[in-house]
Structure formats: structure tokens, C-alpha cells
Design a protein around this ligand. Structure first.
Ligand SMILES: [Zn+2]
Ligand SMILES: [Zn+2]
Length: 375
């Protein structure tokens, strides 16, 4: 029995390397080239010889070197998860209207539909996103009809109405999309079981609490991996132990599960191929975004100073900045002479050597077009 070192992302690699085939066998719906690709990529991640690399070298003293392996960017890869989330946050934040306060509403589905959704993800998830947007449109236009053409404070949303609206939109969508007798019965049962509609969690007050970073807040729900690498405590070849902070007991709990459950919990968070996890509607719709942005700017100019805690754009960090942030050290400064290092070599497993500074020096073309230290 091997005991893998604690808090090591390699544990995850090992679990997938040793048990992915068995898992696939037990769960045939994951036997697709799409999942194969995701797993194969994540198994190679971080290995410069398999993924390719950029090598930096100090051109002053020739001693300092720094090698960066290409990352796999697979949604299943916990090593890439942080960068993936950061990039996502930055992309989404550029799509938010600066100066506006957003409200976070969660539309939940009843537990009785979980299996139906999980088994029909490919057809039902896109319809689900659309129907959420339609529900909110419908809800807000009804609220408007009742209250006329004046601005309403967001605290006065009639939640009971939203609960019933959401139930109606969701169940109609499920019935129309799947059209089976079993689903029809489930829908009828749901209407009976929840006569007051389905829960929609609307946060009150200043929410998200870290309001400047709405995108980061939403990322927790949308792109964060189901489990962080640092939560894995042990893997003995058959079972994995991890810890988490329980909302129920408000304590750190430990759980040991067999590897199949472990893998299952990871992969069930990957969406069908090509699925867009985020869609923009209404004032966010891509088509009219620029126009709406101008209108909002004009409106905000009139209430300047009134809006507190509004959206700020979050810039994307480069590899160099991220490295500095987590280690406190600039990876591209030569530790021997403190000069800035330059790109020495770029190698890709398919294309071979893409850039070679040494060759350039030999050929005498050095210093003409050497790329600056980056990225
Ligand atoms: Zn990766
Ligand atoms: Zn140096």
C-alpha cells in the first residue's frame, strides 16, 4: 500500500492514471473522445517533455535559467484550475457594466429532477439557461406592469411571485424538451409537492459581499473545481481522503471515498462538449452591449457619487505576475546577477523547437529580433 504525500496535486494525477479506465468501464457515458482528451491532457500537464516549454536564460551572466512547462488548460485539471478561474473572472468582468451594482439570484431545481438533468444534460442544459432568462424577463415585466414607469428599489422584489414563475417556466421547459410520460408524471408531482413554487435564493442587502468582484463571486459557482488540490489528505491506491468545511456543522470534516466516487465527483462537473457556462441576456446581451453601455454611462453620469460598491474591471495576471504573487519572487530575474532573463528556447511536442536563441547567436543574428522577457 502506497501513501501519497499530502496536499500534492500529483495525487490527483495518480488517481486518474490508475483508475480512469476502470471508471470509464463502469460508466460508459464517459467513453467518448471528448472525455478521453480531457483526461489525457491533464495527465500530461506540467511535464515539459510532453507539453512543451518556454525556457528563459540570463543573457548577462549565462547562469540563471527558468523553465515554464505549458499548461493543459483542461477543465478537469486542478493544476490549471486557478489560472483557468482567474482568466474566466477577468473575461467576465470586462463584460460587466462598470459603475453598476448587480444583484445575484439563484434559481434552483428540485432534487427530484437531478437524475433527469444529469442523464439528459446534452439537451436540457441549454434549454435550462434560456428558460432562466425568460423567467426573469417575464418576472420583471410583470413587476413593472404593477408598479408603473418608476424606478423601484431592489429590496421590493415580490419573491413569492418569483418562486411561482420559476416553477412554471422550469417545468414547462422540462416537459417540452423531454416529452416522456415519466417526465410528465414528475412534473405533475412537482406542482403538487411545491404549491408555492420553487425556491429562488435572492440575497438581500449588499450582495455579493465582496461586491467589487462579482465575477469572482460567481466563478465559485460556475468554474471553480469541485475540490481544491490542497484538500486531498491521502490516497492509498483504492480510496481517497479529503477535508472540507461543512456549512452544516461549521467544522472541518473529513471524508474517505473510493476512487470511483472521487473521479465521479470530478467529472460530473465537466459540461458537455462546447457548452457555454455563461450566457448574456438583456442589458448584457452581446449584440446590444455597446449601445446599452453608452446609455448606462449617460445615466450614471447623472448620479455620480451615489452608487457605492459598483463593479470594477479585474485585470488578467500574466504568468510572471502570478508567480510573483504566490512566491514573492520574480521568476524572470536572474538570481545570480539580478538582470532580466530573456527567452532562450521554446519547444513544442508536435512542432519541435519553435525558437532557439543559441542558434541565433551562432548564426550571428543575435539581438536583432530577440523577444523580450515575458509573458
Ligand atoms: Zn493542467
Ligand atoms: Zn545573470
Amino acid at each position: 500500500m502506497r501513501v501519497a504525500p499530502a496536499r500534492d496535486w500529483n495525487v490527483f494525477q495518480q488517481i486518474f492514471a490508475e483508475h480512469w479506465d476502470g471508471f470509464k468501464h463502469a460508466h460508459p457515458r464517459y467513453q467518448t473522445s471528448y472525455y478521453e482528451g480531457l483526461v489525457a491532457k491533464r495527465l500530461r500537464c506540467g511535464d515539459p517533455d510532453q507539453m512543451g516549454y518556454v525556457e528563459y536564460r540570463c543573457l548577462q551572466c549565462g547562469q540563471g535559467t527558468h523553465r515554464v512547462a505549458m499548461s493543459c488548460q483542461s477543465s478537469l485539471c486542478l493544476r490549471c484550475a486557478k489560472v483557468h478561474v482567474d482568466t474566466w473572472v477577468s473575461q467576465v468582468s470586462t463584460m460587466l457594466h462598470e459603475g453598476v451594482i448587480y444583484r445575484h439570484i439563484i434559481l434552483t431545481g428540485p432534487a427530484m429532477f437531478r437524475t433527469t438533468f444529469s442523464h439528459n444534460a446534452a439537451v436540457v442544459l441549454s434549454a435550462l439557461m434560456r428558460c432562466g432568462g425568460q423567467c426573469l424577463d417575464d418576472f420583471y415585466s410583470e413587476v413593472n406592469d404593477e408598479q408603473g414607469e418608476r424606478w423601484e428599489h431592489l429590496h421590493y422584489l415580490p419573491y413569492k411571485l418569483l418562486h411561482r414563475k420559476w416553477q412554471w417556466h422550469l417545468l414547462r421547459m422540462v416537459r417540452q424538451t423531454l416529452q416522456t410520460e415519466v417526465v410528465n408524471q414528475l412534473v405533475d408531482r412537482c406542482f403538487k409537492q411545491y404549491p408555492n413554487g420553487l425556491v429562488s435564493n435572492v440575497h438581500k442587502g449588499n450582495v455579493p459581499s465582496q461586491y467589487q468582484s462579482l465575477a469572482r463571486y460567481v466563478a465559485k459557482y460556475v468554474v471553480s473545481p469541485p475540490i481544491a488540490v490542497r484538500r486531498i489528505d491521502r490516497y492509498d491506491g483504492h480510496r481517497g481522503t479529503y477535508h472540507y468545511r461543512s456549512h452544516r456543522t461549521e467544522r472541518v470534516e473529513h471524508e474517505t471515498v473510493d476512487v470511483d466516487t472521487c473521479i465521479g465527483r470530478m467529472v460530473q462537473h465537466t459540461m458537455p462538449k462546447g457548452f457555454k457556462r455563461i450566457r448574456y441576456y438583456g442589458v448584457q446581451a452581446t449584440k446590444t452591449f455597446a449601445k446599452v453601455k453608452m446609455a448606462i454611462h449617460a445615466a450614471l453620469a447623472k448620479v455620480e457619487g451615489v452608487v457605492k460598491g459598483a463593479i470594477k474591471i479585474i485585470a488578467r495576471l500574466t504568468y510572471r505576475q502570478r508567480y510573483k504573487q504566490s512566491t514573492g519572487r520574480d521568476p524572470l530575474i536572474c538570481p545570480h546577477c539580478q538582470s532580466e532573463m530573456g527567452v532562450w528556447r521554446i519547444w513544442h511536442p508536435t512542432y519541435g523547437v519553435i525558437y532557439d536563441e543559441g542558434e541565433r547567436i551562432k548564426r550571428g543574428t543575435y539581438a536583432s529580433s530577440a523577444p523580450r522577457a515575458g509573458p
